[in-house]
Design a protein around this ligand. Sequence first.
Ligand code: DAV
Length: 375
Amino acid sequence: MAKIVNSWNDFDPLKHVILGRADNCCIPAPEPATETKIPTDSDMRKVPWGPRSQESVDRANEQLDNFAALLTKRGIKVDRPTPLDFNQEIGTPDWKAGCMFGCMPPRDVLLTVGSEILEATMSYRSRWFEYLCYRPLLQSYFDNDPEMRWEAAPKPRLTDKSYYKDYLHQGITMEERLKMVADLHFVTTEYEPLFDAADIMRLGEDLFCYHGFTTNRKAMLWLKRHFPYHRVHALNFPTDASPTHIDATLVPLNPGLFINNPNRHLAPGLDEIFRANDWEIVIAAPAAHKTPPPLCFSSVWLSMNCLVLDHKTVCVEASEVYQLEQMDKLGKEVIPVPFRDVYPFGGGLHCSTADIYREGVCENYFPKQVGTTRV
Ligand code: DAV
């Protein structure tokens, strides 16, 4: 039997990936966690929760299918999840939620570390059951790859103890929000481990976690004990008022090189480990759009949310002219991929995928463990 699951970072040659689907995707009902991520002036706050229009689903699926065909043509195996009927009430003994979300961004749910795929806890009630969409694939990897490790982090209770009530009170100013973020006071409490997989940046022996709305400190302690041969670090970017997922903030392109969101700077001193190990942090090109597409959770910085195919090749959203140009200047072969119709379904090219196999082994990119990031 062959090895199926192997991926230690986001840039070694990609051979096998899961790509999400837009089918049945819903706008989740209000809940403590989503209230903070949606900007107060967003159109998302003005529409009822429930299913998205079939027309928008079809357009997103068309771009997803084209992306799948592009990857397949380059010799990359593409698997797709099995959508559920997301438009149904769900609940546990502790809570109920009006509907679910979808299965467009597998990156949020699945964390691949070497031969292991770990199902994240997630931190939104509407996303509690999302792992079920990936179970048919995980089951088949497990059945066919004797070394595959299939793990699930402790399912969280997600009671009111897991969220600060009224985290964003009526009339709160941006200054007050940024002060809370700088003080590492986020909407999620430290009651139980909570993390989205998209907050974890995998760089060989080191796992860098974005401390924010969707990943707490307790999750980092859990990850540290779960991966005893890795070093776990906490990063934060106090100029990001809605810290959610690291893949539109700090994005590795190849060993030694990141692009960094021009509006989101690492807290003082946290770049020490990168500088000491000769990693360059290049400020990312501006986003080409002033606003995200309609009914989108994410910011315009999905411009940075690229999928790296190998150390020289990168997929960038086709309308992101400045990001395309910057990649070219950085010496990359750039593949433009039309993807803006997918954004409302939970993210960009990186979000929509989850690594199953990249060539390469677990490297030590940060032999000098300096600074204050270690958990
Ligand atoms: O900038 O809205 C998007 C990341 C989605 N995985 C942002 C973060």
